[in-house]
Ligand binder design. Structure first.
Ligand code: PRT
Ligand code: ZN
Length: 283
């Protein structure tokens, strides 16, 4: 049985449960309990505060955990990240009052900076040769300059609206973070086997999210050009249409290249292009 720690409630909870669901793993009861056991996969889920997850995984109370990379790096435990999960995206940034002139990290010299991320902030200051005072607080960091507690802050940002409403501007990004899967270093071989099965499913879900299935009709004289821009999982499927001189082409396209590929397909006379979401993709 593999033991995984996830956030009990908060920003990562829903997406963590959704990931299990997409991996075909169903849990017995909700997060009101301390733990829950999957009934169709050898997985036990512990519900914890996100800040405690790295320590639990390091101690081996849990074998692995889902936690923000920001928390993982700040807690600095000797556990290793095996997968980035694509949700809980945010950045750890330094922000200063809107009216302050800011040109470079040197402008932070001598300032008092409030943060819940003292280790990551200190690393940034040291790397930039800045001497500033770090004031550690555990919540509502963004109000610190407004109430005279600090000159600047270092906190998580996603839309930026919290900074905006508190009269602050983002001036340095220290880290681009997302939820990650972090694993204990000394996983016994039997648990490693279960982890490999879990990773196969997670990778299939991630690949499906990042790719689309694409079908189109194309004139035969363009098939070489079209095949060259649609590598697919091995190569595109090409089937002759009933109408002579035309074929149906089917392939997989990565989300990042999607619009570039569509534009080129149009240039190469593709017609009736259909784009379909993929549910799982096992490469
Ligand atoms: O109770 P527990 O300790 O488990 O939860 P928590 O309150 O410490 O964490 P939670 O649920 O707020 O966040 C969990 C994780 O979600 C974080 O560690 C990040 O990895 C990730 N995440 C993603 C965020 C945000 N986006 C985010 N925007 N965590 C916090 N915020 C906060 C930020 O601190 C600031 O107050 O949202 C505000 C800024 O948001 P914008 O949209 O206004 O910029
Ligand atoms: Zn927390």
């Amino acid at each position: 049985m593999l033991k995984i720690a996830i956030q009990k409630s908060g920003r990562l909870y829903d997406s963590s449960i959704h990931l299990f669901k997409e991996c075909g793993i169903e849990l017995n009861n909700g997060h009101k309990q301390l733990k829950s056991t999957a009934f169709n996969f050898p997985l036990e889920v512990f519900f914890l505060r996100d800040d405690d997850i790295p320590q639990y995984v390091f101690d081996g109370v849990a074998d692995l955990g889902i936690v923000g990379e920001n928390v993982l790096l700040e807690k600095n435990k000797a556990i290793h990240q095996v997968s980035r999960l694509g949700f809980g995206k945010c950045r750890l940034s330094v922000a200063v009052p809107k009216g302050m002139e800011y040109h470079s990290p040197a402008d932070l010299n001598g300032l008092k900076i409030a943060t819940s991320y003292p280790l990551l902030l200190q690393q940034f200051l040291t790397a930039n040769n800045i001497l500033a005072e770090i004031h550690e607080i555990s919540g509502s960091v963004e109000i610190a300059p407004g109430i005279g507690l600090a000159d600047a802050i270092c906190d998580l940002v996603s839309s930026g609206s919290t900074l905006f409403t508190n009269g602050l501007k983002e001036v340095e990004v220290l880290l681009h973070s997302e939820a990650v899967l972090a694993v204990n270093h000394d996983l016994p071989a039997d648990k490693q086997v279960i982890l490999d099965k879990l990773l196969l499913r997670i990778n299939a879900v991630k690949a499906a999210r990042n790719n689309k299935y694409i079908l189109m009709n194309a004139p035969d004289h363009q098939l070489k050009n079209i095949a060259a821009i649609l590598p697919g999982m091995k190569s595109p499927t090409i089937v002759a249409l009933a109408e002579p001189g035309w074929s149906s082409v089917q392939s997989v396209v990565n989300e990042n290249d999607f619009w570039d590929v569509i534009e080129k397909l149009k240039e190469f006379e593709a017609q009736g292009i259909l784009v379909v979401p993929i549910e799982k993709m096992i490469v």
